[in-house]
Ligand binder design. Structure first.
Ligand SMILES: C[S@@+](CC[C@H](N)C(=O)[O-])C[C@H]1O[C@@H](n2cnc3c(N)ncnc32)[C@H](O)[C@@H]1O
Length: 206
């Protein structure tokens, strides 16, 4: 039997994050409701579908720390306007959980594997002339490749939420300098990166 499970990560900021994404998805659905496009949602680092702060929040009581919250996947599923939802995840356990959550929902395609590869393949596979959508890029650390931003930009059809931990920037300053330079180069070569999509890049202090 497929079993859903809650991942342990983050803290209050994770709740703010998923609430911000959910509000954006609902506003996006409203803004696009009169447009002749099929709306899609792509969760590139989908998680298991729900999460708990776990023992990471030392100032909380046990009951509060054990509370389970709906993750980005569940929040997106609740937005009817999305006609297709793609969940990319590399962990087998999370894939099992996502299958349990989405079972029977014909809008959902669950893609197992590395988002740095699978998201690019997905952007290239779908016909963007009749689709518009939102991509949520929510890795645990700096495991994303700028090449995925290029693939997203080429669609000229996707809004992007891209999160990364601020600690990853200063711990990997040298590597990130290269990435940021690469991004500058990307914007010059590919101005689409700057205007084809709304790109929200958020840093968390976790
Ligand atoms: C911060 S969690 C996602 C949380 C989820 N967006 C939410 O709000 O409920 C990041 C997830 O990315 C997955 N992951 C890590 N590296 C990955 C990769 N290269 N490709 C796909 N998924 C990956 C992890 O297994 C983890 O479940």
């Amino acid at each position: 039997m497929l079993a859903e499970h809650a991942q342990k990560f983050g803290g209050f900021w994770s709740l703010l994050k998923v609430e911000a994404v959910e509000k954006y998805l609902r506003a996006y659905a409203t803004a696009m409701s009169k447009q002749p496009f099929e709306l899609v949602y792509i969760d590139a680092f989908a998680g298991s579908g729900s999460f708990t702060f776990g023992e990471g929040m030392s100032l909380m009581g046990e009951d509060e720390a054990a509370r389970v919250f709906a993750g980005s996947v569940k929040r997106a599923l609740a937005v009817d306007a999305f006609k297709q939802l793609f969940f990319i995840e590399s962990s087998d356990r999370n894939i099992t959980s996502l299958k349990a959550i989405a079972s029977g929902d014909k809008r959902v395609e669950i893609i197992s594997g590395d988002a740095n590869v699978k998201l690019i393949e997905l952007c290239q596979r779908l016909d963007w002339r009749r689709r518009r959508g939102v991509v949520f890029v929510d890795p645990c650390g700096p495991e994303t490749d700028w090449a995925i931003l290029r693939a997203i930009a080429v669609t000229k059809a996707l809004d992007v939420f891209w999160l990364f931990p601020l600690s990853a920037v200063y711990r990997n300053a040298q590597r990130w300098t290269r990435f940021v330079r690469q991004f500058g180069g990307l914007a010059k070569v590919d101005p689409g990166v700057c205007y084809a999509a709304n790109v929200f890049v958020c840093a968390s202090i976790a």
